[in-house]
Structures are given as structure tokens and as C-alpha cells.
Design a binder for this molecule. Structure first.
Ligand SMILES: [Zn+2]
Ligand SMILES: [Zn+2]
Length: 202
């Protein structure tokens, strides 16, 4: 029998595995899009700001259609399970925050995860970890939205649409890079790789 894969199946196929982090991004994106009353993005009418670069971001990309390549997925390196979804059509935006990463508080789970990640776990521990991870994923997928997420309407300046810039050639390595990323070094235009870091820590 042939049937259309569910949204969750599409997300898992894209990400490569099913995990609690993916479930969080899935729930956040689903709730955010429902709030905005929007379907998947086609041409940058929607944008997403992700405040982490973990598994859940892949679910956001699949469900919202916002991608790094299109320039309507913006990454803020805050390490938070929080996401902003906005629609240029309606001018509305919402911020969706995961209230509580509950699985981290389960006794023994963090130790078990650490052992598995560091490659020190026994086959039994690996099975136990997979079982608990799947269980956790299912719980997160089924949990009532109000219990899992805090959603607030936002009033903020929308990010500028992605622009196209001209490319300049690096005087050092000869490679081409977009103009706003170039630096001057001893009067010559160079790329960031060739410019080197100079910071005094301020
Ligand atoms: Zn994952
Ligand atoms: Zn260069």
C-alpha cells in the first residue's frame, strides 16, 4: 500500500534519525506555523530564527520551508530551545519556547547518554539508551502543547530579506567572496580566511 508519509516521517527521513531534540523542533515549528496560520514557505514570505543549532533545527527547515540556502533561516547562537516564526504576508511573528527540557531530569539519563556518546557504553546500556530515547521522543510528540511550549506574539523589526552581493577577488588566495565579508589588509582586499584574526578581547 502506498501512502503519503506523515510530516514526522518526512522530518525523520531528512534528519537521519528520530530523537527527542528533533521532536522539540517539530512541535515548536508545528505550533508556530499553526499560530501564524501559515503553510510551508515557498518564496521567503516566512522566516525562522533558531536560537540553537541542534537536532530540532532540521525539523524547522522541513516543516516551515525556511532554509539556510534561501536565507530565511537565521541562526542565533544562544543555546536555547527557542524559535521565532514570522510571516511577511501578515506582519505577525511568534516566539515559541520549550518550557522545560524534561528528559534531562530523569534519573540516570544524563549519565547513560554521556556513556553512550563517549563510546564507553555496553551493548545493554546502548539498548537501554535507545529505548529511553524513543520513549522520550514519543512523549514529546504527544504532550499537550500548553504543557510543552510557551508561545508569545512578538512585535519586532523583521529581518531584512536576503540580498545578493557582488563578489570580489581576494588579493592573497585569488578566491572570490561576497563583498561584505572582505577585509583590508595592508591596503589590499582579502577574504576572511586570509585576513587573520585581530582582537584585543573587547
Ligand atoms: Zn537528532
Ligand atoms: Zn583569501
Amino acid at each position: 500500500m502506498c501512502r503519503e508519509p506523515s510530516d514526522w516521517e518526512k522530518v525523520v527521513a531528512f534528519h537521519g534519525h528520530s530523537c527527542p531534540g528533533l521532536a522539540l523542533g517539530f512541535r515548536a515549528a508545528q505550533a508556530g506555523m499553526a499560530c501564524l496560520n501559515e503553510l510551508r514557505d515557498e518564496d521567503e514570505e516566512i522566516f525562522a530564527v533558531v536560537e540553537n543549532d541542534a537536532c530540532g533545527v532540521d525539523a524547522v527547515m522541513v516543516l516551515t520551508g525556511c532554509t539556510l540556502g534561501k536565507g530565511n533561516l537565521l541562526f542565533k547562537d544562544l543555546g536555547k530551545q527557542a524559535y521565532i516564526f514570522g510571516s511577511r504576508k501578515t506582519g505577525r511573528a511568534v516566539r515559541v519556547v520549550v518550557k522545560n527540557p524534561i528528559w534531562r531530569q530523569e534519573p540516570g539519563y544524563a549519565d547513560l547518554a554521556a556513556r553512550v556518546m563517549s563510546g564507553q557504553a555496553s551493548p545493554e546500556e546502548k539498548d537501554e539508551f535507545a529505548r529511553r530515547r524513543d520513549e522520550r521522543t514519543r512523549q514529546l510528540l504527544e504532550m499537550p502543547t500548553e504543557e510543552l511550549l510557551r508561545i508569545t506574539e512578538l512585535d519586532f523589526p523583521f529581518p531584512e530579506r536576503a540580498r545578493v552581493f557582488k563578489s570580489l577577488q581576494c588579493a592573497e588566495c585569488g578566491e572570490w567572496a561576497m563583498e561584505p565579508r572582505m577585509r583590508l589588509r595592508e591596503g589590499r582586499t582579502v577574504c576572511l580566511s586570509c585576513a587573520g584574526e585581530y582582537t584585543r578581547g573587547w
